[in-house]
Ligand binder design. Structure first.
Ligand code: PFF
Length: 461
């Protein structure tokens, strides 16, 4: 493409209307299943307060560095990841770095929408007044094995996502985030207050908030680091794409701090909603706390049913959960569509159609993987678990590593600093340089090696 048409494309690129729309959309992307479903069970498993402390330290250092990097590169190049990398050079390493960042969201959004469908189903059942049915120990396992029903809810959830994407960045993504994110906060505060005021809940609050150094282990760091990646939507092309939609006047550092604050606040509230409730319900039984992924879909409905007003709390919780899931799915889909728009130069509806096919194929495999297709296993994993492993444990570390190399070896600190400084002072510049130069690659290697070792059964995460 010649320079003139590239300039034209950059000028006609979608834009957020301003900083608020941008911050709420990035927060909408960050706050998702990771905060409400994954964070509480990991925190419960890895010693509560100790996990929280490690997580917070990593968030304001390593997480901060990666968010600033991806956003600045997106804004500098005005491209989604594949195009952004190729702005700096031609050849295989650039193609690899760009496309691995671009492909991650395309592979995540289908299975993420399957889980979004589960959330929608639970919300529907609570609204229908089936709180006691959901509380049955076997309900969740039977539901995810019922292929037709799971597929239906997955398709419905994906259709809602496409509806927003087709409306565009300002009219779709931004508008939905501006409505849903404040409502999410209100619902989260409501459920948290209810949960921490249950008799016996205070012990759970203490467990969650006060670090106990005896619970610290190497795995605490590994799990917290993986969760930070997941939760902040790092290494999945989203921040490049959203960065390419902002103007030079947006203060990248300030927005990053706000997004981190928002994301952590919701994760904290989710922890405060779930851990004290489990404590109160089980009398502090460690087995209940270590329930892992099933904490939200099996343990929590049981707790809600045992409460006097379980239906109301159940609706509030799953509505909030639904808002969190759909705003994140939107960001994953927007990034995928944007990569196709940039690279194939197709119209937005045509790119949406292509993503609809990808979503349907991978999503259907994931939704049937616990039911009709449960005889198919990849490395011993059902489809959904396999896609989750492949993206989060293998591809995301490689994507983040590519970004670090691009900055350190090709773009250079001078150019990156200038991009951040064109709208404000770069206050944590020293920390940024130090982490980028010496620590980021080590942290990424730790995540990659330990999660692969975990799947191979060499260590237990
Ligand atoms: N950051 C979002 C969340 O916490 O749910 C979005 C997301 C993260 C989606 C990781 C998918 C994923 F694998």
């Amino acid at each position: 493409m010649n320079e003139q048409s590239e300039n034209k494309q950059a000028a006609s690129r979608s834009r957020f209307s301003g900083r608020l729309g941008y911050v709420l959309s990035v927060a909408g992307s960050a706050v998702g299943l990771g905060n409400i479903w994954r964070f509480p069970y990991l925190a419960a498993k890895y010693g509560g307060g100790m996990f929280l402390l490690v997580y917070l330290i990593l968030m304001v250092t390593f997480g901060y560095v990666l968010i600033v990097s991806e956003t600045a590169l997106g804004r500098m190049t005005r491209k989604s990841p594949a195009g952004a990398f190729c702005t700096f050079g031609k050849g295989l390493p650039y193609q690899f770095g760009g496309w691995i960042n671009a492909v991650v969201p395309m592979m995540i959004v289908p299975y993420y929408s399957v889980i979004g469908g589960w959330v929608l189903k639970y919300l529907f059942e609570y609204i229908r007044g089936s709180a006691s049915i959901l509380a049955d120990e076997n309900y969740f396992t039977e539901f995810i094995a019922s292929s037709g029903s799971v597929e239906f809810w997955f398709v419905l959830f994906s259709a809602l996502v496409f509806f927003v994407i087709l409306a565009g960045v300002k009219r779709g993504v931004e508008r939905v985030s501006k409505v849903m994110m404040p409502m999410l906060v209100i619902l989260a505060v409501f459920v948290t207050i209810y949960s921490v005021t249950r008799p016996g809940a205070l012990e759970g609050v203490k467990y969650f908030l006060i670090p106990n150094f005896e619970t610290f282990s190497w795995m605490t760091i590994v799990a917290a680091m993986g969760q930070m990646f997941y939760s902040l939507s790092i290494a999945m092309g989203i921040l490049y794409t959203y960065g390419s939609y902002i103007g030079k006047d947006v203060d990248i550092e300030k927005s990053t701090k706000q997004v981190e604050f928002f994301d952590t606040a919701i994760a904290l509230l989710a922890g405060l909603m779930i851990i004290p409730a489990v404590f109160a319900f089980s009398g502090g039984d460690m087995n209940a706390l270590q329930a892992g992924p099933s904490l939200t879909f099996i343990t929590l409905p049981k707790i809600f049913a045992s409460m006097g007003i379980g239906t109301v709390v159940g609706i509030a919780f799953f509505l909030m959960f639904f808002f969190a899931a759909i705003t994140s799915a939107i960001s994953l889909m927007e990034t995928s569509v944007s990569s196709f728009e940039d690279e194939l130069h197709w119209s937005r509806p045509k790119c949406c159609l292509l993503m609809a096919v990808v979503t349907f194929v991978i999503g259907t495999a994931s939704s049937l993987g616990y039911g009709a297709w449960d005889f198919v296993k990849i490395f011993g994993m059902a489809f959904l678990d396999f896609f989750d492993f492949l993206t989060n444990s293998v591809m995301m570390p490689l994507a983040a590593f590519s970004t670090c190399i691009l900055i350190v070896r090709v773009v250079g600190f001078q150019k990156l600093d200038a991009e951040v400084e064109c709208s404000s002072a770069f206050c944590r510049k020293g920390l940024y340089h130090f982490f980028m130069k010496y620590l980021s690659a080590v942290c990424i290697a730790v995540i990659l090696i330990s999660s692969v070792a975990n799947v191979l059964g060499i260590i237990t995460l």
